[in-house]
Design a protein around this ligand. Structure first.
Ligand SMILES: Nc1ncnc2c1ncn2[C@@H]1O[C@H](COP(=O)(O)OP(=O)(O)OP(=O)(O)O)[C@@H](O)[C@H]1O
Ligand code: SF4
Ligand SMILES: [Mg+2]
Length: 406
């Protein structure tokens, strides 16, 4: 029996998440969680694991990453947070995939799962796989790869840029020291001289003018935009195949934001890499992304090319998102906002998660979680409006979703 199967069996009996938990119930959950987390951790920390356990094959060789039914949970004392709950999408070589969705929908946890950086021991990948095509010609399943092997990929082949560079830069070391360290750690045979040369080259590449000065500065001496350039330079030092950018421009003002986005696009072309771009900002997605993944409460509710998602959104939530962007379709003076709230992540329903907020909700929507319906080879959505009983009901009503601006 796999770890996940055992997890299902060990569901805490008699505990109803919809009610407040008693201290005793919390203790029971906490005890069960401790046991589970220990098993997951022991599994990840094994040494000398045979490659067969974590080598796999890409479904499509033109992809760098394939998320396949990924489930990442947090085992908390008040219950299990299903932060990522069955997510599948691809990141093709040389493309930018934008991930959008409301705060807390699982965007960051998806990317942290890919880096094996989910906060452990409470955060664990419990099911599914993340296939990664490495530059060594092998395909790894990151959900199964042991920690020591992951060190060869993280920071070298897959780099990450965060929203606030100050959280990633160490305030007590000079920029140059921190950049050199990355090169010395990941580039085989690197010396102090070659590391410095590489750092300087990367700082030049990201358009920093006074390179020697910046190299010797401490992080606090730089502006926000400059720090983000340094982070990008640092992430490029080892020629990554994939850059994960999690809200890379949210902390910057609009003009600097545009420069950083342009820089990201340029460096992607320069290294012929791919970018997973996480953002709340639909304008950024429209400008940058080739493909868009729309997440809602830990699941993908719609995905497609940027053109399909912006010009022909199908899911009522995506349609609402498009209306809520400044300069969007809304003809009202005030910006459109999607009413209501996401359900409690510890107690998700077994029917459509958007039901309580959807103007199109039908009887079937509160009975079954909708299947993914395909419109093109890239464009699909999980919504009852487009198949089966729900579609019949819509046809009877003669309403075309989105045509009335709803
Ligand atoms: N360490 C943790 N412990 C418990 N729950 C967590 C933890 N980290 C994240 N979560 C939960 O996982 C869910 C997904 O979080 P995540 O950070 O991926 O959201 P997000 O889409 O990146 O949101 P934002 O746009 O605000 O950055 C949320 O419900 C969050 O509360
Ligand atoms: S499945 Fe039903 S409730 Fe959910 S988004 Fe579609 S129409 Fe709305
Ligand atoms: Mg986030």
């Amino acid at each position: 029996m796999g770890l996940f199967d055992r997890f299902k069996v060990k569901k805490v009996e008699g505990v109803d998440d919809t009610m407040y938990l008693t201290l005793r119930e919390e203790k029971r959950i906490s005890k069960e969680n401790a046991k589970l987390m220990k098993e997951f951790e022991q599994n990840k920390n094994r040494k000398n694991v045979s490659e067969e356990e974590y080598l796999t094959q890409m479904r499509d060789p033109s992809n760098v990453v394939e998320f396949d039914n990924l489930h990442t949970y947090f085992f908390t004392d008040v219950g299990t947070v299903k932060a990522v709950n069955g997510v599948s999408f691809d990141i093709p070589q040389g493309k930018i995939v934008g991930v959008v969705g409301e705060s807390g929908c699982g965007k960051s946890v998806t990317s942290l799962s890919l880096m094996q950086l989910v906060q452990a021991p409470q955060g664990q990948i419990v099911k599914g796989s993340i296939r990664y095509q490495s530059s060594d010609g092998k395909c790894y399943d990151i959900s199964k790869i042991p920690r020591d092997q992951m060190l060869k990929i993280r920071g070298k082949e897959i780099a990450m840029i965060f929203q606030e560079p100050m959280t990633s830069l160490n305030p007590v070391f000079r920029i140059g020291e921190q950049m050199d360290e990355v090169v010395l750690l990941h580039v085989e045979g690197a010396t102090a001289e070659s590391a410095k040369a590489r750092s300087i080259e990367m700082l030049n590449l990201v358009g920093i003018a006074d390179v020697e000065k910046i190299y010797n500065n401490y992080p606090h001496e730089l502006s926000g935009g400059m720090r983000q350039r340094v982070m990008i330079a640092m992430s490029l030092a080892c020629d990554p195949r994939l850059i994960i950018a999690d809200e890379p421009t949210t902390a910057l003002d609009v003009t600097i934001q545009a420069q950083i986005l342009e820089l990201l696009r340029d460096v992607k072309d320069e290294i012929n890499g791919s970018i997973m771009l996480i953002t709340h900002d639909l304008g950024v997605i429209a400008e940058m992304a080739d493909y868009v993944v729309v997440m809602y409460a830990g699941r993908i509710i719609e995905q497609g090319t940027v053109h399909e998602i912006f010009n022909d959104p199908k899911h009522p939530y995506t349609i609402g998102l498009m209306k809520s962007k400044p300069g969007g379709d809304s003809t009202e003076d005030r910006l459109y906002s999607i009413k209501g709230q996401v359900p409690n992540p510890i107690n998700m329903p077994d029917y459509c998660y958007f039901c309580n907020r959807c103007d199109h909700a039908m009887a079937i929507c509160s009975k079954e979680y909708p299947e993914m319906v395909e419109f093109t080879s890239d464009h699909r959505t999980a919504c009852h409006l487009y198949y089966g009983e729900g579609l019949k009901e819509q046809n009877k009503k003669g309403v075309e979703v989105g045509s009335d601006g709803n």
